[in-house]
Design a protein around this ligand. Structure first.
Ligand code: ASP
Length: 433
């Protein structure tokens, strides 16, 4: 009675992350407002934002450091531990079907919300023009055609050299790592015998070590999150939020419908899990996705939460999550359609017919598949969608000012959808067994 072990006194990780978010915004926003009102020099919030980003980036870099070896060891260990390859194709087919369907639902939600709110009509275009940012040339030049983008994703599945895919500094070759790890694991099973036993043990052990490293790095999540929240809340003036208020509201509401209605329904009906308790299990990953705006960077936490907190088998998570972080981006797909429809609405002389809206929807799906799981990847991909319906690429400059904030929301939705996919696959796989 009355006795508490010291461990019980500890604040849980997701609470720590949450507190860090509140503190970051609680410091950054008032400073920003004071600067806006001319009560303190503008440099104060901007400098704090700069150092906040520096701290956040160190955390993100630590996570990036472990992504490639974590995926390799986790996938090889996942494929070899079952010793049976027959279920792999089935899991792959189901996962892809889930990814494409949920992204399509997200896109439709975005289009419906856009038509309900009609943000362009309530927006003060003159005010919007004042907050326009010049689009960096790099962004424009990176635009490739739609088919090129998709073809690149298929082609990049095969790494020309698995070691360089593993060593890619920006983790841009995750698909290549997945492909190689799947083949390598499968052939370990095919070879069988002592060789397979040895390699299975080796990769299981290496995976265990990687998981421990992940758990160690995750302890710093609250510091990283605090840094990123300072960056997001103190980084730029608040005036832009007025000019782009209706647009932001449309994206945020549509994302909320997808995150709080569609995906929980899928979780309850298809995965037969309580959406609330699954959401709680995933909360450290979702909060980290929110503040880092990187699903690739969050991947170690997502894997950790799915396996250790939601108790889903590594055989499923090791395949579904890395693939999802690379190609399943419901939040990004939704954002792409709303952003392009909004740009069209506020561009004089442009009227998007139903046919063109359908092109926007399909292109947005492809663009979300092609986008990398890093900050602003979806923004760069807007070039593809705008290009597909002949809209001026400079339109991106109109919405750039609030992009970081929307990136935070859409990245959490991306990670939430990947996690729900794991829960759904786990249920189907257990049914098959
Ligand atoms: N930042 C997003 C992610 O990492 C991608 C995007 O920019 O939409 O999932």
């Amino acid at each position: 009675m009355g006795y508490r072990k010291p461990l019980d006194m500890k604040i849980k990780l997701h609470h720590q992350i949450f507190i860090a978010m509140i503190v970051g915004a609680g410091v950054g926003l008032p400073l920003n407002m004071l600067a806006e009102a001319g009560r303190i020099p503008e440099e104060i919030p901007r400098t704090i934002a700069k150092y906040g980003k520096g701290v956040g980036d160190v955390f993100l870099r630590l996570l990036s450091m472990i992504v490639a070896p974590l995926i390799l060891t986790s996938l090889v260990s996942g494929v070899t531990s079952s010793g049976n390859l027959s279920g792999l194709g089935r899991l792959g087919g189901r996962t892809l079907a889930y990814y494409i369907s949920t992204s399509m639902i997200a896109i439709i939600t975005g289009i419906v919300m856009f038509n309900l709110i009609d943000p362009g009509n309530s927006t003060d275009v003159a005010l919007l023009e004042q907050s326009r940012e010049v689009v960096h040339l790099e962004v424009v030049e990176s635009g490739a055609g739609l088919l090129d983008t998709l073809w690149n994703q298929v082609f990049n599945l095969i790494p020309s050299n698995p070691f360089s895919a593993l060593a890619d500094p920006g983790n841009k070759s995750i698909l290549g790592v997945i492909f190689f790890a799947l083949m390598f694991g499968s052939f370990i099973v095919v070879v069988g015998g002592e060789t397979a036993d040895f390699l299975r043990k080796f990769f299981n052990s290496a995976y265990e070590v990687m998981m421990r490293m992940t758990m160690f790095i995750i302890r710093f999540a609250p510091i990283g999150v605090l840094g990123f929240m300072l960056y997001a809340s103190a980084g730029r003036g608040l005036g832009v939020f007025v000019a782009l208020g209706w647009y932001m509201l449309t994206v945020a509401l549509a994302l909320s419908v997808h995150a709080f209605i569609t995906l929980p329904l899928i979780c309850a009906v298809l995965a037969r899990r309580s959406p609330w308790s699954f959401f709680q299990s995933m909360s450290p990953a979702l909060l980290t996705a929110f503040s880092t705006a990187s699903s690739n960077g969050t991947l170690p936490l997502t894997i950790n939460c799915v396996e250790k907190r939601a108790k889903i088998n590594n055989r499923i998570s090791s395949f579904v999550l890395p693939l999802g972080a690379t190609i399943n981006m419901d939040g990004t797909a939704l954002y792409e359609v709303v952003a392009v429809l909004f740009i069209a609405q506020v561009t004089p002389g442009v009227d998007l017919t139903i046919g063109k809206q359908a092109i926007v929807a399909i292109t947005a799906l492809c663009a979300s598949i092609g986008a990398a799981g890093i900050p602003f990847a979806g923004t760069v991909m807007l070039v593809v969608v705008l290009g597909a319906v002949g809209l001026p690429l400079e339109g991106i400059g109109l919405i750039l000012a609030v992009d970081r904030v929307l990136d935070m929301f859409r990245t959490s939705v991306n990670v939430w959808s990947d996690s729900t996919a794991c829960a759904v696959m786990a249920r189907f796989e257990s049914g098959d067994d």
